[in-house]
Ligand binder design. Structure first.
Ligand code: ZN
Length: 269
């Protein structure tokens, strides 16, 4: 599932391949991906020029000429990339933008859970206003993380995954960052001591920073979203396997409907 690093890589690749391209036509193969909008809505993009692509949390915002904007959320299996000829599009293509030079901007999505909408600048501002700070920005300091955590009673793991509090940390990297900073994922966010918050801040930036580097390599070529990331995980998905620090078995629990992996020996209150 694309998290912040993977979405970032998709955005960078798209910006490099498609900036300044002009849209010839848009074809919606699966209207479910743009619901509740109508395929005819996307005709507004015919003849528009792609000006910029950027990421905020796990959203992708594509800015076109004529004050037009497209918002994309890849969800589980979405991917966006440019192919050299529109006739090469794969069978899981849900939406495709034929470019004036006959290349094609593909939205591929095997599980078809992702969403693409035509939005206004005001819609984007409203979406962004509801999101927490970006964990890789300079403004995201240990002091800010402490303020965020000490305002909530809930267990730490779902709190750092809550996009309204911190934007862009998903399930895999949340488990990883808590393991690196030796924090029990079940501990109430407001009970995390200050020294552990500093460690968590370092771990979040390190884990995401490393993942961005490996995602850029992984997504260098157009094509299907990789099923497994090349980024080496320390705890995620390693139930019953030995902890890399202490050799005790990794546990799996469920928090907020999502799997959490942790070492009960290393990660204590
Ligand atoms: Zn351990």
């Amino acid at each position: 599932m694309p998290e912040l690093p993977e979405v970032d890589a998709v955005v960078r690749r798209l910006r490099e391949a498609a900036s300044s391209s002009t849209i010839h036509s848009v074809t919606i193969e699966r209207p479910g991906n743009i619901a509740p909008q109508n395929p005819s809505t996307f005709r507004a993009l015919h003849g528009a020029k792609l000006l910029n692509v950027r990421r905020r949390a796990k959203y992708i915002f594509i800015e076109f000429s004529n004050q037009l904007h497209v918002q994309v959320h890849l969800r589980m299996t979405g991917n966006l990339y440019v192919l050299p000829d529109y006739r090469f599009r794969p069978h899981n293509t849900r939406i495709w933008f034929r470019l004036k030079d006959n290349r094609v901007l593909i939205y591929e999505d095997s599980r078809a859970l992702g969403r693409m909408h035509l939005v206004t600048r005001e819609d984007i501002a409203a979406t962004e206003a509801a999101l927490g700070p970006e964990p890789l920005d300079a403004a995201f300091t240990p002091a800010l993380l402490q303020t965020i955590l000490h305002s909530v009673k809930s267990p730490i793991k779902p709190v750092i995954m809550d996009q309204r509090r911190i934007a862009g940390i998903g399930n895999i990297y949340a488990s990883e960052a808590l393991w690196h900073s030796r924090i029990d994922p079940r501990l109430s966010a407001r009970d995390i001591p200050k020294r552990k918050i500093t460690a968590l801040h370092t771990a979040i930036q390190k884990v995401l920073g490393n993942a961005v580097v490996s995602a850029y390599a992984e997504y260098a070529q157009p094509g299907t979203t990789p099923e497994s990331e090349s980024f080496g995980v320390a705890v995620y998905g390693r139930k019953d396997e030995p902890c890399l620090k202490c050799k005790k078995s990794i546990l799996r629990i469920v928090q907020g409907g999502r799997s959490t992996f942790f070492c009960p020996n290393c990660q204590r209150p």
